[in-house]
Design a protein around this ligand. Structure first.
Ligand code: MEV
Length: 437
């Protein structure tokens, strides 16, 4: 570790940056080769890919797998998932297959309204600004027309523009709230461009009111909101409880159904469980978002804020039972795109969308939410039956054996030895040592 501030790192060539950083890796003699080995061979693809970010010296691989048989509204998707955590793809796949054989997931509701805000302070007479609002609104909307023509052609555009008093947040603060439909694009650039245009227009509009000593209108910022409670999807799946026999691990189905319901009820009401419950949902959600080049950080932020919308953090999914039919469901905010952004620039993101049949953003919302619900259902099923360690340990063992470069014969022996034993790195090393001595 060099305890020095580096100047001009960004000005170095890609190779110089790699050399420089490799020198920091004292314990790895092949750091530079390792960085290089993770780069794409095709020069053009490689530079397009590295240009997505800054100061790039390599690329960081994540396993890319498929959860087959995710049935959404009768259509079967084989869904790409990019995730490094063991068991997530396997669990989502089992659960998706289970539900596909019982009618699959059904999209109950989709809304796609996105929001953006211009925050500004008005130091003049508050009555005056409300009097001017009607004219200001027309002025802003008229200017926005030049930016929204293409979006309007695609069926989207500005849905509404309102001015809200935000004095609860800060003295003399107002916000302009823009509601937007961005069809198949996530729309971040579009919305931010519109908002920044509005911020500039505010200054122009009040130019005559802004006296030389101090501006009456002072823009604080213009930015989209990643909180998208009006851009949500609801997905459900149901079946008779007798259909749970194959997955109830020998529990009577009524007890299994009861335990499932209780698990969801706990997550609805106890925030410490709800966070973990929702993390299990996001395992599936983020993996599909990653694979399709969507912004999973935005989805995470929105999902958790949405989970706390009534003032208490709760599960995003639920489970109900009527007569002998059990229903699981989820409502989750998902601002996704299937065009624009890196969905078209990242070669694997492009392929992922192709695998899914080039869905619309609305369709992708249904697919993503279904995988989230499938992941969640799989986790809860394990928790109320065998516990999650059983499945995890098999994969954990496989990771340890890979790390230790174990050949296939020894691997087989280790796998059968550890079927009912506790897996740890030391236990596996000990086993291998005993076997080879
Ligand atoms: C692990 O990544 C996710 C779980 O903890 C989710 C849950 O507890 O519901 C298994």
């Amino acid at each position: 570790m060099h305890n020095e501030i580096i100047h001009g790192f960004s000005k170095l060539t890609e190779e110089e940056k790699r050399n420089f950083i490799a020198l920091l890796c004292k314990e790895s003699s092949h750091a530079e080769e390792t960085f290089e080995s993770f780069l794409m061979e095709d020069e053009t693809e490689r530079s397009h890919f590295l240009d997505l970010s800054e100061n790039t010296i390599s690329s960081f691989h994540t396993p890319y797998g498929i959860a087959p048989n995710v049935m959404v509204d009768g259509k079967v998707y084989h869904v790409p998932m990019a995730i490094e955590e063991s068991s997530v793809v396997a669990a989502a796949s089992h659960s998706a297959r289970f539900w596909a054989e019982r009618g699959g997931f059904h999209v109950k509701n989709v809304s796609t309204v996105k929001l953006g805000h211009v925050y500004f302070r008005w130091f003049g007479d508050p009555v005056y600004i409300w009097e001017r609002w009607h004219v200001l609104k027309l002025f802003l909307l008229e200017r926005l027309k030049k930016l929204t023509t293409n979006m309007v052609h695609r069926g989207g555009g500005i849905l509404s523009l309102e001015m809200l008093d935000a004095k609860d947040t800060a003295d003399k603060l107002y916000k302009l709230e823009l509601k937007v439909e961005t069809i198949n694009s996530m729309g971040a650039n579009f919305i931010n461009t519109c908002l920044e245009d509005m911020a500039e227009a505010l200054d122009l509009f009040f130019a005559v009111d802004n006296d030389p000593e101090g501006k009456k209108c002072q823009v604080a910022m213009a930015i989209l909101s990643n909180y998208t409670p009006q851009c949500t999807v609801t997905v459900e799946a149901s079946c008779k409880i007798e259909h749970f026999i194959p997955i109830a691990e020998r529990l009577p189905v009524t007890m299994f159904a009861d335990k499932m319901q209780l698990a969801y009820q706990i997550a609805q009401n106890d925030p410490s469980r709800a966070v973990t419950h929702n993390k299990g949902i996001m395992n599936g959600v983020d993996a599909v978002l990653m694979a399709t080049g969507n912004d999973y950080r935005a989805a995470e932020a929105a999902a958790h804020a949405f989970a706390a919308r009534d003032g208490r953090y709760r599960a995003l999914s639920w489970c109900t039972m009527e007569e002998d039919i059990l229903t699981i469901g989820i409502t989750i905010p998902l601002a996704v795109g299937t065009v624009g952004g890196i969905t078209n620039l990242h070669p694997l993101a492009r392929l992922s969308l192709e695998i899914l049949g080039n869905p619309t953003a609305r369709e992708l919302m249904g697919i993503v939410a279904s995988v989230g619900l499938a992941s969640n259902f799989a986790a809860i099923r394990s928790l109320v039956t065998t516990g999650i360690q059983k499945g995890h340990m098999r994969l954990h063992l496989s990771n340890i054996l890979n790390m230790l470069n174990v050949d296939s014969i020894m691997r087989e022996q280790a796998e059968s030895y550890f079927v009912n034993r506790k897996v740890s790195f030391n236990a596996v090393k000990h086993f291998l040592h005993e076997k080879s001595s």
